[in-house]
Design a protein around this ligand. Structure first.
Ligand SMILES: [Zn+2]
Length: 459
């Protein structure tokens, strides 16, 4: 059984009478959820603007319903366009720095699971793709970490078991397989302490092959797409139908997960965070399909919902980063953060008109083998954006987002001193940024390199 303490019950009763965003003082929410369970769901490659609650035409019933009782961050941005570095930021509240897909996060880095574990939490993690398996060391602090894809159908098959000499024949498992594993594991365990549950879903990632009931086949004329391509309207229709179908599938499985937690009495006393690691470009810039090599808002902007029992929904437009999630959750359960680069967002939750916490956010490319001088890096304010080293070395671009929100008109400069303001922010951030390191390369054999190339992880 999940822990359902008297203090939690009293907290829930009190919270039922607290209007959303009407805090009596600065610390109304800090520690208010002490010993509550925490459920963190990270959905790979999920664009915010393909969810109903973010304005998309097709509804996503489970996520939209959760948004009706959650804080919804309209301007949340990831720090990295690839899976492991972005999740490293999520789980450590650090910028990805020298982390790349396929690197090993250092033992010296402190994860949110390690912090929660020291404070009495049982930490359970379930991931759905190889970039997050144990050898990359994001399992630090978890009492149970499930990256076992044996028996999974998988959407990517490994012909020679060569992806980092992995023992499984598949690269991933789908949302149904992961959800079943989570619920079966929880049902078998007797849990007498607060629980941190991390569930990672991978389905919206390439290849886009949703179950047949989640898309309209009359709208699909092809189901494979090159990384670099000039799509026709028909190609784009197929692409969106299939990508959205994967999202619909995850949404259905998320309902199953939430219903399963409710059956275990583990939802009413639970903080829930739904977030993505990065988005997907979908050919909207540079004729490029994927996410790993670009930092446009198609990839950089991510959805984020925070459900706090007893509080009503609120949309928050202030700039925030994926690195802010860990200190926020720890603040809510009454644990101080140390050594983190993110900031607690509690004042944004409490105040009707809060002061901005951030003037800018950043995102970078960290694919396997990308050298520092080859990285594209975005610095983004509410109204402007600078992309350093975009796509090809030496291509620096500016965007005036108020008049060009979809980044269709790159400029070599901005009026007045605005371009200089952005480059100054970039220089200041990078100077500080270079001081740290969080990961080290793993040795790669030739076969593994070939497998990475075939999967698009290595150029
Ligand atoms: Zn990812």
């Amino acid at each position: 059984m999940w822990r359902y303490s008297l203090s939690c019950l009293l907290g829930m009763i009190f919270l039922a009478f607290v209007p959303a965003g009407c805090a009596k003082d600065e610390s109304t929410l800090s520690a208010r959820y002490k010993d509550y369970n925490i459920v963190l769901v990270s959905i790979d490659t999920l664009r915010a603007d393909h969810l109903g609650c973010y304005g998309y035409l097709k509804p996503t019933p489970t996520i939209d319903a959760l948004a009706n009782t959650s804080f919804l961050f309209e301007s949340m941005f990831t720090t990295s366009s690839t899976t492991l570095p972005a999740h490293a930021s999520l789980m450590t509240s650090l910028y990805p720095k020298d982390c790349r897909n396929g690197y090993r996060v250092r033992d010296s880095v402190t994860t949110v699971a390690e912090v929660l574990g020291k404070n009495g939490y049982l930490c359970l993690g379930f991931v759905s793709a190889l970039p997050l398996d144990e050898r990359f060391n994001l399992d630090q602090g978890f009492d149970y970490y499930d990256a076992d894809f044996s028996g999974s159908r998988g959407s990517i098959h490994l012909k020679d078991n060569t992806w980092f000499a992995h023992k499984f024949q598949v690269f991933d498992r789908n949302a149904e397989e992961t959800t079943n594993k989570v619920l079966a594991t929880l049902k078998k365990r007797t849990i007498s302490q607060p629980c941190f549950l991390w569930v990672h879903y991978y389905d919206p990632h390439l290849p886009y092959l949703p179950p047949s009931t989640f898309y309209d086949p009359t709208k699909v004329t092809r189901n494979s797409f090159p990384y670099y391509f000039n799509p026709t309207p028909s190609d784009l229709q197929s692409l969106h139908e299939l990508y959205d179908g994967e999202i619909q599938f995850v949404d259905q499985q998320l309902k199953k997960l939430i219903d399963g937690l409710k059956e275990l009495d583990a939802f009413t006393n639970t903080i829930v965070v739904i977030v993505a690691d990065h988005g997907e470009n979908l050919y909207e810039h540079d004729g490029y399909l994927d996410h790993s090599q670009v930092v446009y808002d198609t990839v950089m902007r991510i959805p984020c919902l925070l459900h706090l029992p007893g509080l009503r929904a609120k949309r928050i437009g202030e700039l925030v980063s994926i690195i802010d999630i860990m200190p926020t959750v720890l603040d809510l359960v009454g644990i101080a953060s140390s050594g983190v680069e993110g900031r607690s967002l509690i004042t944004l939750l409490e105040k009707e008109k809060p002061d901005p916490l951030r003037t800018y956010v950043t995102c970078e490319t960290n694919d396997f083998g990308v050298k520092e001088e080859e990285q594209a890096i975005a610095v983004r304010t509410k109204l402007m954006k600078y992309i350093y080293n975009n796509w090809n070395v030496g291509k620096n671009l500016f965007y005036a987002l108020a008049e060009d929100p979809h980044e269709k008109n790159p400029r070599s400069a901005l009026p007045g001193s605005r371009a200089q303001e952005l480059t100054s922010l970039f220089d200041t951030w990078r100077k500080r940024y270079k001081s740290g390191n969080i990961a080290t390369p793993l040795a790669l054999d030739r076969e593994t390199q070939e497998a990475l190339k075939s999967l698009g992880y290595l150029q």
